[in-house]
Design a protein around this ligand. Structure first.
Ligand code: XMP
Length: 524
């Protein structure tokens, strides 16, 4: 893989004991400008050490260290001379493995807890207050530290809430320093990295750009690459990075299916090209998609049609690029992110994909090697890279938008008139949310047209019989769960007034006040 992360110097490995803490820890380490990667707790210790980490962090997890089947660690991990920091479950595992005592003494602590630091001059706590709020989440507790460790903090219920053995470079805390509610958590983590492990904070997204540019050049050589642009952040940043590396050897393809929001196609056509200088092939396929969608109201059916047509059009564009004069087209660029890599098992190998060419007329033996320059990055880091590459804020800060576009935000049949109407309403909502400074607070705000519903209204002198528009502002961290955003009434009022005044055939605006679950974010 380009810039193989295992080989990066000063890499901190976060051993993942489950429950989603590991990703947050890895992000916090990177915020401290130290490169980090996640490895599963099932990875043998020899393999972890073979990666030559500068330090190791043991994450929290849902188990009890003495429970049957709970993840364990070979003692060798603590004897290799590599600095180790255990947090929560990782702390208890370190204690239990090295001869300390962990038991279930009823000292459960969940949520905000006061930590009493007994050694403010310790490696982890120096410069932090003797009393500090931390975030706890544990049933078991450590009652005796292993030999050679000094206890550095306690809570009202837990006698050993932090310990360290400076000589062996082993550190642990019962709480979750990675969580925002642990006020000095980032400082404690940085103390471990810089003071405990002696790592210098040199990693930045700027380094990523340099590294990736070199790696992409080495991978692609003098061949050509294709990148599909969706209008979303990930594909735009991946394309910009590859463009920086190989310039005109890259061709980007953007399929305009006519289901985009107002101004989006222009944004890709003008702003993206202006910022990157990329070769862009825009395929105007609106008519084709609308014809294929005619008469269809079922959401799953719509999704299938949009997906199918998309592949056909994209492959046709690929075929045209393949037929142009020039070096072999051997690479396909994809905006895969680190969470996708972790969630799919963390493989670091180079994948080949065979294009689905049963419909587009591509030759049978076409195989692309993938270029995935964002495989090491979290979403916020992708945004930073995009910003450093000079992409406009409108692209880099975009909220998530589904691939099938407005096609799944019309409940009912998709027609050109309805799309135009929804585009207007959506543009008004976006404009007002931005003007109110709500873009970062709101995860995304689908605007939905209930095309099959009409209701009576009154406007001007007459009765109307128009459609409702639904506003669906949600707050979320990962779109898996979401809550409806408690938006200021005056902003809602402004959006409602403008939509009913400015968008013909709409006489009501309603607010969706359902969380996910039970609702989904999109209506469809
Ligand atoms: P739901 O509606 O399932 O949406 O709560 C969760 C998140 O996924 C987005 N979404 C999609 N994104 N292609 C995408 O790239 C799709 O087909 C698609 N469908 C839903 C949705 O906008 C939300 O962020």
């Amino acid at each position: 893989m380009p810039g193989s992360p295992a080989a990066a110097p000063d890499t901190v490995l976060v051993v993942d004991f489950g429950a989603q803490y590991a990703q947050l820890i890895a992000r916090r380490v990177r915020e401290a400008r130290v490169y980090s990667e996640i490895v599963p707790s099932t990875m043998p210790v020899a393999e972890i050490l073979a990666k030559n980490p500068a330090a190791i962090i043991l994450s929290g997890g849902p188990s009890s260290v003495y429970a049957e089947g709970a993840p364990r660690l070979d003692r060798a991990l603590f004897e290799a001379g590599v600095p180790v920091f255990g947090m929560c479950y990782g702390f208890q595992l370190m204690a239990a493995t090295l001869g300390g005592t962990v038991d279930n003494n009823g000292a459960r602590e969940y949520g905000r807890t006061e930590l009493h630091v007994s050694k403010v001059s310790s490696t982890l706590f120096e410069g932090t207050p003797a009393e500090q709020p931390v975030w706890m989440s544990h049933g078991d507790a450590c009652s005796a530290a292993p030999e050679g460790f000094s206890v550095t903090a306690s809570t009202d219920l837990v006698p050993v809430a932090a310990f360290e053995n400076d000589e062996k470079k082993l550190y642990g805390v019962q709480h979750h320093p990675e969580v925002m509610h642990s006020t000095y958590g980032q400082q404690v983590l940085e103390h471990f990295l810089y003071r405990g492990a002696g790592i210098k904070p040199t990693w930045t997204t700027g380094n990523v750009i340099e590294e990736q540019v070199a790696a992409i050049r080495a991978q692609v050589g003098d061949k050509r690459a294709i990148c599909g642009l969706s209008g979303g952040v990930d594909s735009a940043v991946a394309a910009a990075l590859v463009q920086k590396a190989i310039g005109s050897q890259l061709t980007c393809v953007y399929v305009d299916h006519g289901l985009m929001r107002k101004g989006e196609t222009e944004q890709v056509e003008k702003d993206f090209v202006a910022a990157t200088g990329a070769n862009l092939k825009v395929v105007d396929a609106e008519e084709r998609f609308l014809n294929a969608l005619a008469g269809v109201s079922d959401p799953e059916e719509k999704r299938k049609i949009i997906g199918r047509e998309f592949i056909r059009v994209f492959e046709q564009a690929q075929l045209e690029i393949l037929q142009e004069d020039g070096p072999e087209v051997a690479f396909l660029v994809q905006g895969t992110l680190y969470p996708d890599v972790v969630e799919s098992g963390g493989g670091t190998g180079t994948a080949n994909i065979k294009s689905h060419h049963n419909v587009g007329g591509l030759p049978d033996d076409i195989e692309f090697e993938l270029v995935e320059p964002l495989r090491q990055l979290f979403k916020d880091e992708v945004r930073m890279v995009g910003q450093e590459l000079g992409l406009p804020a409108e692209i880099v800060q975009r909220q998530p938008f589904p691939g099938p576009g407005l096609g799944i935000r019309i409940v009912g049949e998709v027609t050109k008139d309805r799309l135009d109407l929804l585009r207007e309403a959506d543009a008004i909502a976006r404009e007002e949310l931005t003007a109110a400074g709500l873009d970062t607070e709101i995860w995304q705000c689908p605007v939905v047209l209930l095309a099959d519903v009409r209701s009576v209204g009154v406007q001007g002198d007459g009765r109307t019989y128009g459609h409702p528009i639904v506003l669906r502002p949600v707050s979320s961290e990962d779109a898996m769960t979401a809550d409806w955003t408690r938006m200021p009434y005056d902003v809602l009022a402004k959006i409602s007034t403008r939509i009913t005044n400015e968008v013909a055939d709409v006489n009501r605006v309603v607010l969706d006040v359902t969380s996910k679950p039970p609702g989904t974010i999109e209506w469809e």
